[in-house]
Design a protein around this ligand. Structure first.
Ligand SMILES: Cc1cc2nc3c(=O)[nH]c(=O)nc-3n(C[C@H](O)[C@H](O)[C@H](O)COP(=O)(O)OP(=O)(O)OC[C@H]3O[C@@H](n4cnc5c(N)ncnc54)[C@H](O)[C@@H]3O)c2cc1C
Length: 416
């Protein structure tokens, strides 16, 4: 019997076993360092598992994958969002589509996705080996030697005809070294998808804004001569900012921000769709409610408390009515609304949707099979590769896509 060793019982590893045909005749073992499968998957989408995004089938991957877009383009055409939805439907997981193309199980339970994958993998003959950390992969003739350590310190040594590496973003040093010994190399790791700490948040009037959400804001940063920008909902927090626009920016600028140790200047436009309407809106307010305090006439969908804050930092107090609002003060307020300058002083360690950019270099992988170009029958999928996406279901989709393509090729090459 030929053995397939899958390293990591995360999204990519378990999906690979679930995607293989039944009765392959392969001895399939999934080695998992922890004592449970799919631990991270259970946390995804706030426990609801945003398992794909329909936009992946419509737009070019560059819009969703700041790293790895060109490598994942063709694989996504073979197994994209529609295929993922159908795959899970066949396993009994019905889905529903929410805003921005995000797909969730209709029950809102990540555990339903996890249970379906574990059952399918087990039906296909996969055996889970928990508490088994793989530390070394080497070649022994046509086969691989897979060596590792169990939680009780016991060493295991197995033999496999093919190895599928799905260890996620946190590479174990000794495993990494063993792959380097086989000729592979890695892009340095850096976190992506995080919230930002602002120096502005040091002041108590900012902290009073904590919990306020701005429906659409544009963030822009110029770091190491590169411009990064993102648009979307913005959440004000006691330490700075979070929400979709921030997670997106953190993904686009992940490497550059890490190189600056997360200290850089940031501009926030709280009303990016405003353009020429600004002055007209103020002129209308002058006519309609001249006696009202500027503080009490929030405009451009800016939440009331944030409007009052922006007035405060523009030097406009509660006694300033719209009638005696000088054009100079108006210019200052408009500047704060469309170009609020602040300084990022760190990233939050709170895990919203945290992924790692970096990993095995993509030029060493044949993306039509997910097989190493350097070592036959050695496969990679998921976050261990230098592919990562923005928030919205793109990271899990990358894991499913890579795992499915590897599974197809494993069947072709190992089963006669
Ligand atoms: C809080 C949170 C929420 C998220 N929400 C979403 C979401 O809604 N939608 C989305 O698309 N993405 C989301 N993500 C990202 C997504 O979870 C990951 O991109 C995805 O899980 C990657 O799958 P993977 O199989 O590559 O790695 P993982 O799921 O991390 O699995 C890797 C597995 O390998 C095991 N392992 C590692 N090293 C070894 C070793 N040497 N030997 C044996 N086992 C080993 C690990 O213990 C782990 O179980 C979220 C991430 C987080 C942290």
């Amino acid at each position: 019997m030929k053995n397939l060793a899958i390293i990591g019982a995360g999204a990519a590893g378990v999906f690979c076993a679930a995607a293989l045909k039944k009765n392959t005749g392969l001895g399939i073992k999934i080695y998992e360092a922890s004592n449970k499968p799919l631990q991270k998957l259970l946390l995804t989408g706030g426990g609801r598992c945003n398992f794909t995004n329909l936009n992946v089938d419509k737009n070019i991957p560059k819009e969703f994958y700041p790293r790895g877009a060109s490598a994942i383009r063709k694989p996504l055409m073979r197994f994209g969002a529609k295929s993922a939805v159908e795959f899970f439907e066949e396993l009994g997981v019905k889905s529903k589509v929410e805003d921005a193309g995000r797909v969730f199980p209709s029950t809102n339970k990540a555990s339903d996705v996890a249970d379906a994958l574990i059952s399918a993998a087990s039906r296909n003959g996969a055996v889970f080996e928990f508490g088994a950390r793989v530390k070394n992969i080497s070649k022994e003739g046509d086969n691989f030697k897979v060596t590792g350590e169990r939680l009780n310190g016991e060493i295991f040594r197995d033999c496999a005809a093919a190895v599928m590496v799905c260890v996620g973003g946190n590479w174990n040093d000794s495993l990494k070294k063993s792959l380097e010994a086989l000729g592979h190399s890695f892009e340095a790791a850096a976190p992506s998808l995080f919230s930002l700490k602002l120096d502005t948040a040091g002041n108590s009037s900012w902290r009073d804004l904590s919990g306020i959400s701005v429906p659409c804001a544009k963030l822009s940063a110029n770091v190491a001569d590169k411009k990064f920008s993102s648009e979307g909902a913005l959440l004000l927090t006691h330490f700075g900012i979070g929400g979709p626009s921030v997670l997106k920016l953190s993904s686009f600028g992940a490497r550059a921000f890490a190189a600056k140790n997360y200290v850089f200047g940031l501009s926030i436009n709280f009303a990016p769709n405003l353009r020429a309407d600004i002055n007209a809106a103020f002129a209308r307010a002058r006519l309609d409610s001249p006696k009202k305090s500027v503080l009490n006439i929030p405009m451009f969908n800016i939440p009331k408390a944030l409007w009052a804050y922006l007035c405060g930092v523009s030097g406009i107090d509660a006694n300033c009515t719209i009638a005696n609002f000088s054009s100079e003060k108006q210019r200052t307020l408009v500047e704060k609304i469309i170009n609020f300058k602040t300084k990022v002083v760190g990233k939050s360690s709170h895990k919203e949707e945290f992924v790692t950019c970096g990993g095995l270099k993509l030029e060493q992988i044949d993306s039509s099979t997910m097989q190493s170009k350097l070592v036959a029958n050695l496969y990679f999928a998921g976050e261990c590769l230098d592919i990562d996406g923005i928030t919205g279901g793109f990271n899990l989709q990358a894991a499913w896509t890579g795992a499915k393509i590897a599974a197809e090729n494993i069947e072709k090459t190992l089963i006669f």
